[in-house]
Design a binder for this molecule. Structure first.
Ligand code: GLU
Length: 296
C-alpha cells in the first residue's frame, strides 16, 4: 500500500510571494487536496543572509488570504541544524564526504587548466580537486562524493509533468557542497533531510528547481531515505523572458484580489477559467479541475 499523501510548499523568506511563487504554492496545495492528502509549509530560512526579516509572516498571510492553509504549524529550517548535522555525520562516517579548501576562483582556474571551463555554464562543475586531500589548504566547505566506488552517480527519475529525466551528477555537477564555507547548511542537504523527516510523498515546485532533483535523489539514496514523486510546474516569465524574480521586477501579487491572483496562477498551470463567488468556492472548483488533469 502506498503511503498517505503528504505535500509541501517550501518558500525561502526572501520577500513576499509573487505571481511565480504563487503558482508553486497553489499547485502543491491543489495536488495535496486532490489526493485527499495533507499539505505542509516549510520556511526555508537556512540562507540567513538572503532572508528578509518578517517575510515569513508576509508569506503566511498571503497564503491565508488565498485560502491556502497548512495542516500543521510551519517548520523553520533555521531551527533544524541538529538534524542536518546528524545527516552530515552519517555521510561522513560512510566516507562519502570530504573537506574542500577551494575558493570559487581556484575552481575556475582548475577548470581552465583542464580545458573544460565553458562560460555559458552558470554553475561550474567541481573538478574534484580536494577529493584526495587538502594539500595544505584550509578546509572551507564540505562536499559529498558523486563518484562512489568508481561508479558515477547517474540519476534517472520520472517527473509527473516533464517525463523521463536523467542526469550524470558526477559529470554535470561534480561533488557538490552540503555544508557551505560560510558555515551555513546547503539547500540540497536541508531539503532532503526535511522532506524525509516530514514524510513528504510528493514534491510539487517550480521548474527552475528541476535541475536540483538528481542531486537530491543522490543524497536520498546515500542516506537511505525514501524518494518522493516530483512534479515541476511551469514558470511565470518576467519582461526579460527569464523566470519571474525580484531581480526582474516581480512584486507581491495583489492581496486585495486573491481570486484574480489565483486564476492567473491556475491559467499558468493549464487549468480552465473557473467561475466562483468566493475564494473557497474557487478553490473547490480548482481541486476538481486539478484532479481531472493530474490525478484521475
Ligand atoms: N526554498 C526553495 C525556493 O524557494 C524551494 C525549495 C523546494 O521546493 O524544494 O526556491
Amino acid at each position: 500500500m502506498s503511503k498517505p499523501y503528504v505535500g509541501r510548499f517550501a518558500p525561502s523568506p526572501t520577500g513576499p510571494l509573487h505571481a511565480g511563487s504563487l503558482v508553486a504554492a497553489l499547485a502543491s496545495w491543489l495536488d495535496a487536496r486532490a489526493h485527499g492528502g495533507r499539505w505542509l509549509v516549510r520556511i526555508e530560512d537556512v540562507d540567513a543572509p538572503r532572508c528578509v526579516s518578517g517575510a515569513d509572516e508576509v508569506i503566511l498571510g498571503q497564503l491565508a488570504i488565498c485560502g491556502l492553509l497548512p495542516d500543521e504549524v510551519p517548520v523553520y529550517q533555521s531551527r533544524r541544524g541538529e538534524a542536518y548535522q546528524d545527516a552530515l555525520d552519517r555521510l561522513h562516517k560512510l566516507g562519502l564526504t570530504y573537506a574542500c579548501g577551494c575558493t570559487r576562483r581556484a575552481i575556475e582556474e582548475a577548470l581552465v587548466q583542464l580545458g573544460i571551463l565553458h562560460e555559458r555554464f552558470e554553475e561550474r562543475v567541481y573538478p574534484g580537486t580536494c577529493r584526495q586531500g587538502l594539500h595544505g589548504k584550509q578546509p572551507r566547505a564540505t562536499r559529498v562524493l558523486t563518484v562512489c566506488g568508481g561508479i558515477e552517480a547517474v540519476i534517472t527519475w520520472t517527473d509527473r509533468r516533464l517525463g523521463k529525466q536523467r542526469q550524470n551528477v558526477a559529470r554535470e555537477v561534480g561533488d557538490f557542497v552540503v555544508h557551505r564555507a560560510d558555515g551555513l547548511w546547503a539547500y540540497q542537504l536541508a531539503v532532503v533531510v526535511d522532506d524525509a523527516w516530514q514524510g513528504i510523498t510528493d514534491v510539487v515546485r517550480g521548474e527552475d528547481l528541476a535541475d536540483n532533483t538528481a542531486r537530491q535523489i543522490h543524497l536520498q539514496r546515500l542516506l537511505g531515505l525514501a524518494v518522493p514523486r516530483y512534479l515541476h510546474t511551469p514558470l511565470v516569465l518576467g519582461a526579460d523572458g527569464h523566470k519571474l524574480s525580484k531581480q526582474n521586477g516581480a512584486t507581491a501579487f495583489d492581496a486585495g484580489e486573491p481570486m484574480v491572483a489565483l486564476q492567473a496562477a491556475a491559467t499558468t498551470l493549464g487549468l480552465p477559467r473557473l467561475e466562483a463567488g468566493s475564494v473557497s468556492q474557487w478553490l473547490a472548483a480548482a481541486v476538481q479541475a486539478w484532479h481531472a488533469r493530474w490525478v484521475a
